[in-house]
Design a protein around this ligand. Sequence first.
Ligand code: SF4
Length: 580
Amino acid sequence: MDMILRIDMGAAGGPKAKVEPVGAFAGLGGRGMTSMIVAKEVDPLCHPLSAANKLVIAPGLLTGTSASTSGRLSVGCKSPLTGTIKESNAGGQAAQALARLGYAAVIIEGKPKGDDWYKLLINKEGIKFTVDNSMKMLGTYATVDKLRKEYGEKVAYMMIGQAGEMTLMNASIACTDRELHPTRHCGRGGVGAVMGAKKIKAIIIDEAGTQMRAPKDPEKFKEAGKVFVEGLKKHAVSGQALPAYGTNVLTNILNEAGGYPTRNFSTGRFEGGSKISGESLAALEDKRGGPGSSTHGCHRGCIIQCSGIFTDEKGNYVTKQPEYETVWSHGGHCGIDDLDAIALMDRMDDDFGLDTIESGVTIGVAMEAGVIPFGDAKAAINLLAEVGKGTPLGKVIGSGAGITGKVFGVERVPVVKNQALPAYDPRAIQGIGVTYATSTMGADHTAGYAIATNILKVGGYVDPLKTEGQVDLSRNLQIATAAVDATGMCLFIAFPLLDQPDTFQALIDLLNSFYGLSLTADSVVALGKKILSVEREFNKNAGFTAVHDRLPRFFQQEPVAPHNVTFTVKDEELDKLFNW
Ligand code: SF4
């Protein structure tokens, strides 16, 4: 992985590409790579849909190796949704293919004139650009069906749906999973709109003729890999809960804790929670049998295997097993307790190319506005369908919760930096509120997953209802997460990492034996701080100040049941988060 593929979509005479040495970006991967390139090469004041913005695609430092669970992909740019720097992360097969082809990053810049759409084939021979308008306004499923006829089954596909083509602010980039379904999305922040602005409908990545990346010290790498896998397997979350129920195991836990945002954050417990829980989802899948009755990895080599398939009552494929965040955003947040309706909306989001969190929260905001009633699954499905049709209403909904709240005159809009809050109420779980407020990415649970320590008691315990300790907790998690996001490892390795020092050491040993380095735990912390500092600087130059590091005020004013608490971490405490 010592090359950068630089693609100029706006070059005179048509798109051009060149291969460059990784140079100054050597030693970076994943979010570390995307954020450093965006910070160095993108004008923070540029319009996100302009030729000046760049779409950076990067596998992680360990992606394409035999290290387990290391196949995550980072996509970075200036976000159309938030206006901040953005790293959006997905599973699927694309990252491993890019890494095996030797690319540490693909940088897509410029934009072509005219209305033509392009598809890009990246393989061992280099890159081929083809004008192809036959997939115009096709959903991602139909796009894959067309592409696989031409390029086959043994490649990875990345693409946008209708939302990306319309450059809507909630547009995602879909990556195909092991079954070649377009279910793994770089969802957050509208990265699909940037791909759409560059007139790229699809990227085909063919790793044929490549090898798995080889470590500098194979013996030590193998040994570290063994310890690492044992660590993932023995932890209760990564070894038992996630493989058994997928991420939706969290529904009952968060509902019980009173931190499950219900009907647009109006209460913290959903009466229909148990009907859409991970346990109910698993029971339904078992009853229906077939491919949905067991979990598997979203990419080759994942040992946690939290992913799955959802089938209808006749056993036909509908979508991937919906994630906790998706079940929540279209479920409890909208007052809907019907798993089939939620799965259908997950499928529609994936097909149109939308982030499921933003999509569900947007529908909930529209419900608060009275556009459709809370709890009405049919009306929610119809509203979402407007996005695929590209109607004016659909374009509003596809632009996210913030815009929808403004269009319909809603006061209670759960966004930070215009990005929708995920599935944890920041009043009942104060640590995650600190992360939402201060993350460089807008409201993002994965930026510093305080639920681990506030609720799951992983990595110690900080009382979720108290003010004390939350800023320190979020700071430490945000630093660690930025570093993990650079490795290409799935964030779910963080559970054993936080609890088991030998698993954390095994991750460092994997990096050291692969690259011939002598990193320590301090180096990992330094890397995390460096990434966050660069991202903060970009945001500052884009016009962001301390006043943007705030939750919407209603979280400080409206107590949430059942604990009847407000968000109590003071503004001046939030402002200390990045003081290191
Ligand atoms: S743990 Fe789940 S999300 Fe993470 S890589 Fe494995 S299957 Fe994908």
